[in-house]
Write a protein that binds this ligand. Structure first.
Ligand code: GDP
Ligand code: CA
Length: 311
């Protein structure tokens, strides 16, 4: 079994590839919930939904979030009536938020709700939130702290960040279905999807049980670099690296993760960094890592799986 850690866009693209290649029993996708927030009475789970939509093949490949063929009647009306318009809720997307709220109200856990939603989208693979309890990413700047969505959506990542905090992480417990995967002797590899290291992978690693599990691992951890040619494919990863005093490069990311990652999948554009990464004691695979469509996601997934499972 392969356990993949994922954020939204890069996580969804990689998860879709892995799910296209591996049978359901052989894949568990653990998804960041640090971006989750309460809005208009809903619990919004951006990364869980991005991964679910991507694996189901109903995602919007242009934006990287939301549904393909989305319509916006609800949002238009909310704005017309003077409601909060800074966070976009598409009509199709809204159905998921309504169903999630109903299920949570009835007492279901987030992992149960996610499993049921996935089933309705025809997904057989396990997509599991990193925790059933709320963990909320806080973005620190010199003078204050922002909630993640305030920083990400409302402020468009403009503030200069000095670090992050994952409120609730210390008390977070992993969902039962993830606990079972973690206790299984069948886990042969963990894969970090090419997700934002600071606000997608880090919050998952901040869950104590996950961190402890990885620390005493008997399997290798393979990361796919989200930095390609010194830039992020999408989103603020490179900007965050610069603000935290790191060079936006795969090599700097390798140093940042240190012992947490054993093997690296890097893009052809960064082939020249391979030798330096190997000198740090890592195995390196150089390949095309841009998942611009589902065929490319599956092709990369095949390479990543072979590399991650190599003795
Ligand atoms: P978010 O939660 O929506 O921000 O998504 P993730 O954290 O999962 O992914 C964001 C990261 O994915 C960014 O740093 C991107 O550079 C990276 N990314 C997105 N698409 C690709 C891709 O096709 N290939 C690679 N290598 N990285 C990607
Ligand atoms: Ca995210």
């Amino acid at each position: 079994m392969i356990v993949a850690l994922a954020g939204g866009v890069g996580g969804g693209r990689m998860a879709a590839g892995l799910a296209a290649v591996l049978p359901p029993r052989e894949l568990t996708v653990v998804v960041n919930t640090g971006d989750d927030f309460e809005h208009m009475g809903f619990t919004i789970c951006p990364d869980l939904d991005s991964v679910m939509y991507a694996v189901a093949g109903v995602n919007n490949p242009q934006t990287g979030w939301g549904r393909a063929g989305e319509t916006w009647a609800f949002m238009d009306e909310i704005k017309r009536c003077g409601g909060e318009g800074w966070f976009n809720l598409g009509d199709r997307d809204l159905a998921v938020h309504v169903l999630r709220r109903e299920a949570l109200r009835r007492g279901a856990t987030l992992s149960e709700v996610t499993r049921d939603l996935c089933t309705r989208f025809g997904i057989e693979h396990a997509i599991v939130p990193m925790s059933d309890m709320p963990v909320r990413t806080r973005v620190k700047t010199k003078s204050q702290e922002h909630s993640f969505q305030d920083y990400f959506v409302r402020l468009r990542c403009k503030p200069h960040t000095t670090g992050f905090r994952f409120a609730g992480a210390r008390a977070a417990r992993v969902p039962l279905m993830l606990q079972r995967s973690m206790e299984s002797t069948q886990v042969e590899a963990v894969v970090f999807c090419p997700s934002n290291p600071f606000v997608s992978i880090s919050p998952i690693l901040a869950v104590p049980a996950i961190r402890a599990w990885l620390k005493q691992r008997k399997f290798p951890v393979t990361a796919v670099s989200p930095i390609v040619g010194g830039a992020a494919v999408k989103g603020p990863a490179a900007k965050m690296m610069r603000e935290l005093g790191l060079q936006p490069s795969t090599l700097a990311l390798v140093r940042h993760y240190g012992d947490a990652v054993d093997r690296w999948v890097i893009d052809r554009q960064d082939a020249r960094q391979a030798a330096a990464i190997e000198r740090l004691g890592k195995r390196v695979l150089v390949t095309d890592t841009l998942m611009t469509n589902r065929r490319k996601s599956a092709a990369l997934a095949r390479c990543v799986i072979n590399f991650a499972l190599k003795k």
